[in-house]
Design a protein around this ligand. Structure first.
Ligand SMILES: Cc1cc2nc3c(=O)[nH]c(=O)nc-3n(C[C@H](O)[C@H](O)[C@H](O)COP(=O)(O)O)c2cc1C
Ligand code: SF4
Ligand code: SF4
Length: 265
């Protein structure tokens, strides 16, 4: 009973969950959607998991496009989502995914969600290590029970049929995603930069080029925060965010593994 987990991750939380879930399920392949290179992807598996961080109560643009345009799932496949988020949005993001799949004739059989530390620095810096550890312990337990559920292949959703809040989120999502494109102009680099190139390599949209030993940003940005959060010397900052705000990336993930998973080198 093979499972394929398709994931997108900016700062490693989703990859951590994918690793945990794969271990619990057994016979599971983990694929970073960036490595699919915008080409048609036909999973050869009994179950397909779609794993992503919630962005503005919905899907990251890159995952939205992948599911809509590239993923071709056979009819009898069991499909589930695993969202993760700092505080809210799992149900509405699952519902959004359900609709994208339905428009292609596919069914989302189940939707799950796990709270994880926030990486959205405009809303606040990293939580204390203690708080993060509590979240990681809780998420590992939640993943165990999600894996047990998935093995039984139930129809199980984390959203209700009528959800007033879910009805409002598409508008918020639309406004936020439009703003994202402009927000890329807020990134800047300070003199601490050591020209290691990690920001450029970890960017899922190849939006960063190194010019005269410093990163420069193009316009194709997901606002995933990977460049800012993985910089080993916190040289990447965002206008409007105090430099004292602590940066965050998942401490259990090696940035080189994430880059390797994108298989672009
Ligand atoms: C652009 C953006 C939008 C986000 N929107 C939400 C949100 O609507 N609700 C929420 O609880 N967390 C939100 N977050 C937080 C992330 O979903 C959360 O930190 C997630 O664990 C990050 O996963 P990753 O490390 O795999 O990128 C947002 C983060 C980013 C970068
Ligand atoms: S990751 Fe940081 S140190 Fe490395 S090139 Fe980018 S800005 Fe400079
Ligand atoms: S430029 Fe930074 S925030 Fe934008 S997609 Fe690339 S890594 Fe993510």
């Amino acid at each position: 009973m093979k499972t394929i987990l398709y994931y997108f991750s900016g700062t490693g939380n989703t990859l951590m969950l994918a690793n945990l879930l794969a271990k619990q399920l057994g016979d599971t392949e983990i694929i970073n959607i960036v490595s699919c290179n915008n080409s048609t992807t036909i999973p050869e598996a009994d179950a397909v998991g779609i794993l992503f961080p919630v962005y503005a109560f919905g899907l990251p643009k890159i995952m939205h496009k992948f599911v809509e345009n590239n993923l071709q799932i056979a009819d009898n496949t069991y499909v589930f989502s695993l969202t993760n988020y700092a505080s809210a949005g799992g149900p509405s993001a699952s519902l959004q995914l359900k609709k994208i799949l339905a428009a292609k004739g596919n069914k989302l059989n189940a939707g799950f969600g796990v709270p994880m530390p926030s990486n959205y620095i405009p809303f606040g810096g990293a939580e204390s290590q203690e708080k993060q550890n509590r979240r990681f312990l809780a998420s590992a337990e939640t993943i165990k029970s999600i894996a047990e559920t998935i093995k039984e292949r139930p129809e199980k959703y984390m959203y209700k049929k009528i959800c007033i809040f879910c009805a409002l989120t598409p508008l918020f999502y639309k406004i936020f995603m439009k703003k994202c494109q402009k927000d890329v102009k807020k990134f800047y680099v300070n003199d601490d930069c050591e020209n290691c190139g990690i920001c450029s390599k970890v960017c899922p949209t190849q939006n960063i080029t190194i010019v005269e030993e410093r990163p420069t940003w193009g316009e194709n940005c997901e606002q995933c925060m990977a460049c800012l959060q993985w910089c080993p010397v916190s040289a990447i900052q965002r206008k409007g965010v105090p430099q004292s705000r602590l940066h965050y990336h998942n401490p259990g993930i090696d940035v080189h593994d994430l880059i390797q998973d994108m298989k672009r080198e």
